[in-house]
Design a protein around this ligand. Sequence first.
Ligand code: NAP
Ligand code: MG
Length: 481
Amino acid sequence: MSIFEYAPAPESQAVVTIEPEYGLFINGKFINGKRHFPTVNPANGKKLSSISQASVADVNKAVIAARTAYVKVWSKMAPAERAKYLYRIARIMQERAREFAVLETLDNGKPIRESRDVDVPLAAAHFFYHAGWADKLQYAGFGENPKPHGVVGQIIPWNFPLLMLAWKVAPALATGNTVVLKPAESTSLTALLFAQVCQQAGLPAGVVNIVTGDGAVGAAIVNHPDIDKIAFTGSTEVGKIIARSVAVSGKSVTLELGGKGANIVFEDAAIDEAVEGIVNGIFFNQGHVCCAGSRLLIQEGIHDEVIEKLKHRMSQIRVGDPMDKNTDLGAINSGEQLSKIKELAASGVAEGAEIWSPNCALPDKGFWFAPTIFSGVTQAHRIAREEIFGPVLSILTFRTPAEAIEKANNTPFGLSAGIWSEKGSRILWASKHLQAGVIWANTFNKFDPTSPFGGYKESGWGREGGRHGLSAYLASGKAGK
Ligand code: NAP
Ligand code: MG
């Protein structure tokens, strides 16, 4: 059999200008921080730029700017006028889509195919969708005259830097709030490009402020007395710290946290489709996905067939340069995350699960982990209980539908689940019994701004997206639990 090789198809970096140093975006202007830290390209370990580390005083300046903009401009503006800014931002994001995609891939390590086809179009879609809501809030069941909170503090992770920003900023602005946002330390560049888009769109100064830096900046936002609402996406560990901090403050809060999603394949499933869904569920974005299908539950009768087909399919996954348009699996976002994945994978081997990866050469520089599956996993194994947040799948089996549900729900998380079955009644039955905020049937990792997203249990409080997501940004809405 001849081997079909792909020629390199690298996306050009020429479309992006990366400054040697970036400031903080406060009150419509970039202000240089006193200290800086590097951001690197995880695919080769090379430094891309220096990012400002905000101080507590800088966060305070950002909050003052956001409060002033709220009181003097944003809260007085007619909702239809507010909508125009959101539409303008959405259109500029579309116009500058290639720039955003290339920058996201360079800073995050995700394949250009994904940043180009998923992250950036979905981010623009969030602005378009929420722009449409800005002048219709009083007809949406939130009461006659729904009011925003005022100033919201938003903290986001590194796995979908621009998309998580859009999930946060678009509903906040549409409902009339102003924003102080902190991107993740390792992936601030697209947020800073977004700040330039805010300038380009003529967004009034102070409506969006972006403060970069480490977890201390996040904590300064959470603890600032003049912030009315906190929206956080990140780990359950930090989510718990935030919940404790805001508990006594009267601030409203939404938390989008971790997950350990079950992807359940019933005997009557279309197996080839299910295999595609399994691959998408765990290898999309290197498995750095809170709602990843990281626990595969296969009904016993089809176990061997599914594993064989999955291994065959995994052998086709192209791992390597994220800027290559043919790449399926890019770099792990940081050395720290890579160590976490390696440690958990080692625990899987030590606890007796069987590890398998296809033959694939990993680049010498940067942070890489081959697509990996573990079979023979039991519910007691750490790799079945803890979020790995990498391209590692834990495979368990079940005999009856009831056992599948019991195993799927046997987790402290409750963010996502997948069901593969040709039988509609089984899909409806299973989705009724699964404790997960998002359930996909015969598909996986489908996102849309109109659809609410969020979790049960330790996966978080509240919903983002859709009409449900808007309520979290309204003082009259029922946010949180
Ligand atoms: P993380 O460590 O919790 O960080 C998230 C954000 O919080 C980062 O900006 C981080 O800053 C900041 N932060 C750290 N310590 C803080 C503190 N004490 N107070 C306030 N902010 C603080 O999470 P991560 O490792 O970056 O992201 C991965 C996690 O996010 C996973 O668990 C994943 O499941 C979850 N996630 C959930 C969703 C969802 O919608 N449910 C979506 C995506 C990701 P630094 O970057 O500087 O540390
Ligand atoms: Mg980076």
